[in-house]
Design a protein around this ligand. Sequence first.
Ligand SMILES: [Zn+2]
Length: 129
Amino acid sequence: MLMPQTALGVNRELVPHMWVLAAMAVATVVLAAGPQWVVQAGYRCGLQALTGLRCPFCGMTRDFAAMLHGGRPALNPCSWVAAIMVYGLYPAAVLVGWRRGRLNYFHGAAVKYGVMAALAAMLVLNNLR
Ligand SMILES: [Zn+2]
C-alpha cells in the first residue's frame, strides 16, 4: 500500500506517533532529571477539584517519578500497567505498524473501544480506596 508522505519523505501516519513518542521522551527526561519541577508545580486535577473523583491518571505523575528513581508506584493502582503501555506496548505497536505499513489500525474500532474500556476501568480502580 502506498503511504502518503510529507515533504521530507516521512510517512504521514507516522508523524503524530513520533510527536507522542517525543513528548513521552521529554516527559520522562523531565521526571527523571527534576521531578520536583513537575510535582511541586501546584497542578491540581480538574476532575478531582470539581467532583472529588480521582481521574484515571491521578497520582501517575508522582508514581512515574518514583518509578524513574527506583521507587514503587503507590498512588494509582494502574501506574505499572500504564508504564508498560507507555514504554513497551505503544512504541512496539508503532514500530510494528510502521514496518508493516499498517499504522491505520490505531484508528480502528478495537483500539478506540479498547482505550475507552481501559480508561473506564482505570477510573473505577483509581477510586476504589
Ligand atoms: Zn486526575
